[in-house]
Ligand binder design. Structure first.
Ligand code: GLA
Length: 384
């Protein structure tokens, strides 16, 4: 990547930043309902090489996409596609003083648009580049907050806080139990006897225009109706499984099902963290399976390709559980299994999927990893 940078920009880079993607062990669509999530930063990253310029241009080149672009350091309201994320970060940072121009090359091994948190990695990594090149003090909490705001307000994807949070705060050999109400979190040891395998359904999603924002709105609509009768309920998080019969009596069926998913899922996250602490792969797996079924039937964010992978994975010896990860509507299925079962599971599930759909699903065996890191190329060591 360094020689690619030199070739493209005529000089070597000063800074390397790497921002990880994530899988969410459990807690689908609970973040924007102020509930709990249990994500893990993974060893698939978006990498950035950068060098300061003396003007106010941001010259970007994506090696993966073989495409580039040019932005102003104040951001560009008309930027399209992936440049929009960068532009949003620039617009935000320019409100707090501004930055100097830079040459930037982006690459990495984190697949884009397949439910592994690639948008958050792009935002978090780019903001970290700006922070270091311009020597601006920004706390980790602030990085999460800015990136989240850019995605919600600038890009228009009304995501929760999970992806940005874990791309910054991830830790090797740990999952993060995050309370999305007050951002309190706890690292939970991720036992190495639980392997994480991903199967890519090959169905890609454009989240901004997808049903993700519709689901979020359905949750808000339900909340509004609930609050008309119970103003003490601040978010779906404040409801319990014991409230379900009452909810069923006041909500239309679709909204009731959305609520049932969120309420039961929040309970499952807490139990899953406990199972992980107890190194109980089987118990964790059962909760993860229930999560997939609830996302499929009540929240309706699965698709036939993911459901096929799910059914095939469950039949394998040594598999604890499986679920769609990320927003759904395509992307990856996460499988948790015993390390000795990885090879057979990959072979059998891939074969079953290929027989049914005529193409082979991409597979990734991933490990947990630390959050975003920056390193000066002349050997300044690792830093946040
Ligand atoms: C996407 C969003 C997250 C979260 C998940 C679903 O990844 O960015 O905030 O809502 O979907 O759990």
């Amino acid at each position: 990547m360094i020689s690619g940078f030199e070739e493209h920009f005529g000089q070597g880079p000063d800074l390397l930043v790497e921002a990880p993607g994530r899988v969410n062990l459990i807690g689908g669509s609970t973040d924007y309902n102020q509930g709990f999530v249990l994500p893990v930063a993974i060893d698939r990253r978006t990498s950035f090489l950068a060098r300061g310029r003396s003007d106010d241009l941001v010259e970007v080149y994506s090696a993966g996409l073989s495409r580039g672009g040019s932005l102003k350091t104040r951001g560009d309201a008309g930027a399209l596609g992936w440049l929009r994320y960068l532009s949003g970060i620039l617009a935000e940072i320019s409100m707090t003083g501004g930055v100097k121009g830079l040459d930037l090359m982006i690459d990495g091994d984190l697949p884009i648009g397949s439910g592994l948190g690639s948008s958050a990695a792009l935002e978090v990594g780019f903001l970290t580049v700006l922070k270091h090149l311009n020597r601006i003090e920004i706390s980790d909490e602030k990085v999460v907050e800015i990136c989240h705001r850019v995605e919600n307000e600038f890009v228009g994807m009304k995501c929760g806080i999970m992806d940005q949070f874990v791309s910054v705060m991830g830790k090797e050999d740990r999952a993060i139990l995050l309370d999305c109400r007050d951002m309190k979190f706890e690292y939970v040891v991720l036992d190495r006897s639980i392997s994480i395998v991903l199967f890519d359904s090959g169905v890609t999603r454009e989240l901004v225009t997808s049903d993700y924002n519709t689901r979020r709105k359905e949750c808000l609509d339900a909340l509004e109706r609930i609050r008309a009768r119970r103003p003490d309920v601040r978010a779906l998080r404040d409801l319990e499984p014991a409230d379900l019969p009452w909810l069923e009596s006041i909500l239309e069926p679709v909204l009731f099902r959305r609520c049932r998913h969120v309420i039961t899922e929040i309970g499952r996250v807490v139990m899953a963290a406990e199972a992980l602490r107890e190194r109980n792969g089987k118990g964790l797996g059962e909760l993860v399976n229930s999560s997939h079924l609830s996302l499929r039937d009540d929240f309706e964010v699965s698709c036939r390709e993911l459901d096929h992978l799910f059914a095939a994975a469950r039949q394998q010896d040594g598999v604890y559980g499986a679920r769609l990860t990320g927003a759904g509507f395509g992307g990856n299925l996460l499988v948790l299994c015993h390390p000795s079962a990885v090879k057979e599971t990959v072979r059998n599930v891939s074969r079953s999927f290929t027989d049914r759909f005529g193409y082979t699903p991409g597979t990734i065996l991933c490990r947990s990893s630390d959050g975003v890191k920056a390193k000066w190329i002349d050997g300044g060591g690792d830093r946040k």
